[in-house]
Design a protein around this ligand. Structure first.
Ligand SMILES: Nc1ncnc2c1ncn2[C@@H]1O[C@H](COP(=O)(O)OP(=O)(O)OP(=O)(O)O)[C@@H](O)[C@H]1O
Ligand SMILES: [Mg+2]
Length: 497
């Protein structure tokens, strides 16, 4: 190892689980003059693994077989064009950092090479110290770039897990909590209005739990009468009640080793609440009509769109059970408080539902998004999904326009679909002719429109607009800059005397 440590200053550290290996960075020297190749190799080989090629074909063959970290190439390679080699090398799946060598007096060409993606250039006759320094600088910047890339990917992964889409600030702590709590045994209570994604979160917790016999068993508590719910959850012995002709295994036992998702937990009756409390506390259950306690290893995730705390106050829900359930709570935000996520969600649903309905994906037309943004979404994300399906089904043109969406969206103050109904009404087919439509809106254009609208509503106050968009003022500032919408401060010109 001693010898390789000498190279480690400029090396790349590769850590594999069973071996710590330090590898030198690799440099490919491309020049048609032998003495330049040899001189460079001699001066650089103490610090780098050097390889040489005398023309473009040789260099490309080398790169195809074994990607290098840095390529140092002459701009004029006899018959070959160094610029072409540069372009080919940069088009490789793992492109090297390219440094161009150029004769004194042809700096213009070298600058053109940088415009095309070269890292830098050195002029001939070469100053070998300068070349070495430049290679080290290039490697440092490449490592930084790779780290940034890795970090970015990590952040993206973190902020969109298990199909939960959205960039709202209010969603970030939720995604963090999911990741934090998933591998533990803690009971989780997910609260939120209908359609906000409670079940999606429960699935994410289960999928990330790594529980060995990973099974997710769901029980929709509101759909079952008290007696049926009790036997659904805990099972029953033969003859436990009239009609119990056989022994039945309950959901708790089925979920053994996995996760039990209790949806609409606010709906369970007093008797089942007691049994549930015991199951949670002692990790044992008893089948209805059975006397034998049965040990179960179940992680419980519960969801409700009721205000459980209020139900406790009103004596409708056991306080001890409430505290057992809410070891960790997740509060899902209503869609109206994170309207900034509508474009991403809408696009996702359009893609998903187009393929499900055997149709080609069509983007939103320009009048559709403002309509989606002006609506309050009492049915939250589920309602948005259904509205997008309506659009997919009703649209025969190339873009989904406002007229393809349910009429109730545009009725002033009139909400056509209440959160209690199962799905929004599909409008009766409107045989409106397909009018010529303007260019499709891509996601950036949608974003721009949203920002403009928010600024307009906020009377150009950026802090207020950022709040409306559910983003930080700094993020808004950055977006405005990217869109070229930041006013430049002009220097005042003094009037001529
Ligand atoms: N952040 C999100 N990203 C992608 N899809 C989402 C998101 N939130 C919700 N959905 C989708 O919206 C629909 C409704 O979500 P889900 O069933 O999880 O809501 P819920 O809160 O359980 O509703 P309810 O209280 O009515 O049972 C599902 O199709 C779900 O996939
Ligand atoms: Mg649900």
């Amino acid at each position: 190892m001693g010898a390789s440590f000498a190279n480690c200053r400029n090396g790349i550290l590769i850590v594999s689980p069973d071996l710590l290996m330090i590898q030198s960075a690799t440099v490919l020297i491309v020049d048609d003059e032998k003495h330049t190749r040899d001189g460079l190799r001699l001066s650089l080989e103490d610090d780098f693994d050097c390889y040489v090629a005398s023309n473009a074909a040789e260099a490309m063959e080398y790169l195809r077989n074994d990607p290098v970290d840095v390529m140092l190439t002459d701009l004029r390679l006899g018959e070959d064009d160094g610029m072409k080699l540069l372009e080919q090398a940069l088009a490789m799946p793992r492109p090297p950092v390219c440094i161009m060598m150029t004769a004194y007096g042809s700096v213009d060409t070298a600058v053109e090479a940088m415009r095309r993606g070269a890292y830098h250039f050195v002029t001939k006759p070469l100053n070998l110290d300068e070349v070495e320094l430049l290679i080290k600088r290039a490697l440092r910047s490449r490592n930084l770039e790779q780290e940034n890339q890795a970090l970015k990917q990590q952040v993206e992964r973190k902020f969109s897990i298990e199909g939960i889409l959205g960039q709202a600030e209010s969603l970030k702590p939720i995604l963090e909590t999911i990741q934090q709590v998933a591998p533990t045994r803690a009971t989780v209570l997910i609260e939120g209005e209908s359609g906000t994604g409670k079940e999606l979160v429960a699935k994410a917790i289960h999928n990330l739990s790594g529980r060995p016999k990973a099974k997710l068993i769901s029980v929709h508590c509101a759909a079952l009468s008290p007696q049926i719910l009790e036997s659904e959850l805990f099972g029953h012995e033969k003859g436990a009640f009239t009609g119990a002709q056989d022994r039945r295994i309950g959901r708790f036992e089925l979920a053994d080793g996995g996760t039990l998702f209790l949806d609409e937990i606010g709906e369970i009756d007093a008797n089942t609440q007691v049994k549930l409390l015991r199951a949670l506390g002692e990790q044992t259950i008893e089948r209805v009509g059975g006397a034998k306690p049965i040990k179960v290893d179940v992680r419980v995730v519960a969801a409700t769109n009721k205000d459980l705390a209020k139900m406790v106050e009103e004596g409708k829900f056991r306080e001890d059970l409430y505290w057992r359930l809410r070891v960790v709570t997740i509060q899902m935000p209503p869609l109206r408080t994170r309207k900034g996520d509508i474009p991403i969600l809408a696009e996702h649903f359009l893609k998903d539902l187009s393929s499900a309905n055997g149709k080609n994906y069509k983007p939103l037309g320009e009048d559709a998004l403002p309509l989606l943004m002006s609506y309050d979404w009492p049915g939250n994300v589920r309602e948005l999904r259904a509205v997008m399906e309506h659009g997919v089904v009703m649209c025969n043109g190339s873009r989904i326009m406002a007229r393809h969406l349910p009429d109730y969206l545009s009725r002033p103050g009139g909400i056509g679909w209440r959160a209690t109904s199962t799905s929004p009404p599909l409008a009766v087919s409107k045989a409106a002719p397909e009018l010529p439509e303007k260019a499709p809106l891509d996601i950036h254009e949608m974003e721009k429109q949203l920002i403009m609208e928010a600024l307009e509503r906020a009377g150009n106050n950026r802090s207020e607009a950022a709040e409306l968009l559910n983003m930080s003022r700094r993020s808004l500032q950055r977006k405005l800059k990217q869109m070229g919408m930041v006013r430049k401060h002009r220097k005042r010109v003094k009037p001529a005397p």
